[in-house]
Every structure is written in C-alpha cells, then in structure tokens.
Write a new protein. Sequence first.
Length: 234
Amino acid sequence: MVLLGTVVNGLAIMIGTLIGTFSRRIPERMKTTIMQGLALVVAVIGLQMAMKSEQFLVVIGSLVVGGILGEYWDLEGKLKTLGRWIERKTGAASEGSVAQAFVTATLVYVVGAMAILGALDSGLRDDHSVLFTKSLIDGFTAIMFTATLGYGVLFSAFPVMIYQGFIALFASQIDRFVPQALLDAFIAEVTSAGGIMILAIGLNLLGLTQIRVANFLPGLLVAVTLVTCLYFIL
C-alpha cells in the first residue's frame, strides 16, 4: 500500500496531539524550557540538512526566487488566515494560538528531508521505514508542541498527509521518466533548501527572528526547476 507510511504519519501526529492535550498542566517555566529545547533541535536538524547541497548556488537562487514568489502570493498570510478560520470554527479561547500552532507544526512536519525521502521510498520501493521513523519523531514532537502551543497542532496532520501522499503517488511513476542521477540531485538541493527553512523555524521558535518561513516554500519547486535545467544544459 503506497500510502501506508503517510497515513501512519498523520495518525501519529493526531495521537501525539491528544496526548499533549492532557499535558497542558505542565508549569509555564517548564513549557518554555521544553520549547527552547525543541527549537534548538529543530535548528540543528535544519543546519545539518542545509549542508547536503552539492550546488549551493541552486539553493541561493531557490530561496531568492521562492521568497519573491511566496511574498507575492502571501503564503504565510494565507496559512495564518486558515489557522484563524480554524480558531473561529473550534471556538479557540486564545486568539492566535491555534493559528500559530497550526502554521508552526505544518512547516516543521512538511519542510524536511524525511518527508520527501520517506514519501519517495514509499512510492518507489513500497518501503515505509523512513516514514515510520518520522511518525515516531512527529508523534513525540506533537506532544511537546501541543503542550506548549496548543491543540492547533492536530490540524497540521492533514496538509502532511496530502503533501506526502502526493509525493508517494507521484514517485510510484517517477522512475519511468526521471533518471536516477537527476532524482539524486533533486533530493540533495531540495533537502538543503528545506534545511535552511527548518533552521529559520528553529530561530523563530527561540524568539530570535520573525522570518516568514512559509513564503519560502515555493523555493522547493524552484530548486527542482533549476536542477532540471542544469542537468540538461550541462
């Protein structure tokens, strides 16, 4: 079943959120420390991913062009609008809490190497081990995020399943028309660009920056486009 890993990942986030909901009585000082620890881990993971690039000019171009497109389309604003709509529908007591939790968790879960590589493995080889591992990590992270940010984390499971599911279904057909060398280049540069976004999320969680990370998301598609152009030109 091509989508097994994706479904398990979504369920892990939901279960983690439910567990985290019962952990809301954690003292505020402890929540702050936990969130700072998570933020540091997220930043380090992002830094490690960013180093995967073999053509860093592609990453630079991807972030610049992707950032321009993201600002033009105001992706960050649209995500927050969706989060506020969820707040209104769920009757959230704290204005902005659901939106913040939804946007932060969605970006952390979606913009990462494991999401891409795991979904590719599911589609190409029917191997779900990477997504199963990601499910454990995401489930634990969901507990901590929910305890500190709120239950809006629950709704991040849906974009995660849609995103990974699309990649898995596409990957099941990708080997018919994409050479392995080009696929490897895709993964390296998309991982690096995504890693820089993950690093930015970590810095935001630490309160050091207010980077509109979602507006860089088009950079992932730009990276694929640039890699493809370079592959056929060179």
